[in-house]
Design a protein around this ligand. Structure first.
Ligand SMILES: Cc1cc2nc3c(=O)[nH]c(=O)nc-3n(C[C@H](O)[C@H](O)[C@H](O)COP(=O)(O)OP(=O)(O)OC[C@H]3O[C@@H](n4cnc5c(N)ncnc54)[C@H](O)[C@@H]3O)c2cc1C
Length: 379
């Protein structure tokens, strides 16, 4: 199928960026700074769609504060010259507010975004890629995959998972009718669900195979964020939140009077309504998985420039990027790789990259991966 030219942009792109979340928009901005022509961000929904789809009550965990002019870029900013803390006047914006910041940023940066294009598959062709999209076929010299993972909720293979409802499908905790709600999974989204539900007057029981709320890892990608920990400490004192550790849930089964939640040690609980599955998100690259190699733990294998080891010319930006065991799953982490990817593409096009100095100057360019040293003391 040829491309639907009615929507008025070239059917051959120098760079196709797939996904208009913080990662796609942020890397497109750097490519714009390099004056690379015909860079388009292709988005199946609207700008910031994942944030629009968050539960209404969910807030960003990472705080926003406009320190940019002192070289301390707002943790949630996608560029050194923007700040959601300043533009939204909010420290922990909601998903819908953050999507508004992304829209303003895309406009301010002058990046080309085309919404309503779902990229269904990519194929390798001579000198580039063919993208099969919901509007026809496009070609591109380079592809940057920036699809995040919110659109890829996982039920962790739990038998009977269809009897639950995944965190990622809830639009508001108001939509849950039962007075007592079980949440399966006690990490960030599970505790966020518990707090959101308890604030609506529900009795909440969180089941987890371990006790993630007790993990004291220095990396907030591996332990509860201070924001969630603080809210949990506050609300556990006054609201009904029960945390049950060592509850390894192995199946959900429908009973006449509800849904049975079964644990590996023989315990079980009866839930009136569907339990909330806070079992995480994985596999944002699933749709193009044939073009990536994966480590045993499912992490896509990337070169030092975040290019697929299986397909030269295909790059990955966003929370799925991982190097040497370091997870880049927060905005303030993965934005440090935008300029690395942009520089690699520019170099292949013969474009001068001097302009990227400003990213070094603003601490937005993590090139040497040995810099992220786990052993730095934070106590
Ligand atoms: C509940 C929750 C709270 C979080 N809180 C924080 C936080 O406080 N701070 C933080 O830094 N991170 C937070 N994160 C992590 C968060 O996932 C990322 O920071 C951020 O969303 C990743 O940005 P992204 O651009 O890679 O992906 P997304 O924001 O998910 O954007 C991907 C975009 O790609 C589009 N898309 C997907 N597939 C296709 C396709 N095939 N074709 C076209 N378009 C496509 C989607 O519609 C979407 O708009 C949170 C995550 C969750 C789930």
């Amino acid at each position: 199928m040829t491309f639907d030219s009615d929507i008025g942009f070239p059917d051959h792109l120098r760079v196709a960026v797939v996904g208009a979340g913080p990662a796609g928009l942020g890397v497109a901005r750097v490519l714009r700074d390099l004056a690379i022509p015909d860079v388009w961000v292709l988005e199946r929904g609207q700008i910031g769609q994942s944030f629009r789809d968050w539960p209404e009550e969910t807030r960003l965990l990472t705080p926003s504060f406009p320190g940019n002019v002192f070289g301390l870029t707002d943790l949630n900013a996608i560029s050194f010259d923007s700040s959601p803390g300043w533009s939204l006047r909010s420290e922990h914006p909601s998903g819908r507010s953050y999507a508004r910041y992304l829209e303003q940023a895309a406009d301010m940066f002058g990046v080309n975004v085309q919404c309503g294009i779902d990229v269904l598959a990519i194929d390798h062709i001579d000198n580039g890629f063919a993208l099969q999209t919901s509007r026809g076929e496009l070609t591109a010299d380079f592809v940057i995959w920036a699809c995040g993972h919110f659109g890829a909720p996982t039920d962790a293979g739990l038998p009977g998972a269809e009897l639950g409802r995944h965190y990622g499908t809830v639009s508001s905790w108001d939509d849950i009718e039962e007075d007592e709600v079980y949440v399966i999974g006690g990490y960030e989204s599970g505790i966020d669900a518990a707090i959101g539900l308890a604030q609506k007057g529900k009795e909440v029981i969180v089941l987890d195979s371990g006790a993630p709320w007790l993990i004291g890892d220095k990396d907030p990608s591996r332990s509860l964020s201070p924001y969630t920990q603080q809210r949990l400490d506050t609300f556990r004192k006054c609201l009904s939140i029960t945390l049950l550790p060592d509850a390894d849930v192995i199946a959900l089964e429908r009973e006449d009077n509800g849904i049975h939640i079964l644990a590996s040690d023989g315990r079980s609980w009866l839930s009136d309504g569907p339990p909330v599955l806070a079992t995480g998100f994985v596999g944002g690259t699933k749709r193009v998985s044939e073009w990536f190699d994966y480590a045993d733990d499912g992490v896509p294998l990337l070169t030092a420039q975040d290019e697929s080891t299986a397909m030269p010319g295909l790059f990955l930006v966003g929370p799925e990027v991982s190097h040497q065991g370091h997870l880049f799953c927060f905005i303030y982490k993965f934005r440090q790789r935008f300029a690395v990817v942009a520089r690699a593409i520019a170099a292949r096009m013969g474009v001068d990259t001097e302009v990227l100095e400003i990213y070094y100057d603003n601490n937005m360019f993590l090139d040497d991966l040995t810099c992220c040293d786990d052993d730095k003391c934070l106590c």
